[in-house]
Design a protein around this ligand. Structure first.
Ligand SMILES: Cc1cc2nc3c(=O)[nH]c(=O)nc-3n(C[C@H](O)[C@H](O)[C@H](O)COP(=O)(O)O)c2cc1C
Length: 177
């Protein structure tokens, strides 16, 4: 199963990015996790640009989403909303079919963040995505300076990530869709 892991934070040392890297470290056999680079390589979405021909970076972003089996998003909340860079990346997908029936799960490195989570779910759903509730996890890293290896080894955090993979396994076998 190919997982595309995308962080909504551009911050060096981002807890969301460290969480996704920890997910990559803990991936069991048969799971391949690609952590996408920072989303600020995508220019601001503009339908005029899209109509004139997709810029390479936007086309590559769409292709990466298309190629994954499950999209994993870990995003902070800014002022009760989704960070602009994350929403911008999703806007580039609206005109394509990549999200149609695409399973997605949300990770939350800094709960509560419930407004951003709800907004992401709504946006991804209206684009055709299938929310894997049982795969979505909270890993409370607020205030933690642990790196990805430290998160992956942490007695409180690593079990949540392992449960996420177990839920993905169930999803892939159709037990828990
Ligand atoms: C401009 C700004 C606005 C924020 N607004 C919220 C918010 O509305 N709700 C919340 O739970 N956290 C909020 N936070 C805290 C972030 O969720 C927190 O800084 C988080 O660690 C950022 O993720 P990162 O470590 O991956 O960069 C805000 C942070 C910033 C910088």
């Amino acid at each position: 199963m190919n997982l595309l892991a995308v962080s909504g934070s551009l911050r060096t040392g981002s807890s969301n990015l460290r969480l996704l890297e920890a997910v990559r470290l803990l991936a069991p056999a048969g799971f391949f996790v690609t952590v996408r680079g920072p989303l600020d390589d995508l220019l601001h979405f503009n339908p005029d640009i899209e109509e004139a021909g997709l810029p390479d970076v936007a086309a590559q972003w769409r292709a990466a989403v298309d190629a994954c089996d499950v999209l994993l998003i870990s995003s902070p909340e800014y002022a009760h909303g989704v960070p602009g860079v994350m929403k911008n990346a999703l806007d580039w997908l609206v005109g394509g079919m990549e999200m149609t029936d695409k399973p997605f799960a949300l990770l939350n490195a800094t709960p509560p963040g419930e407004y951003a989570q709800a907004s992401l779910i709504e946006t991804l759903r209206i684009m055709g995505g299938k929310h894997l509730k049982t795969v979505s996890i909270e890993v409370p890293l607020r205030g933690s300076k642990l790196d990805a290896a430290g998160i992956a080894a942490h007695p409180e955090f690593s079990p949540s990530i392992r449960r996420m993979f177990a839920a993905l396994e169930q999803h892939s076998t159709g037990v828990n869709t």
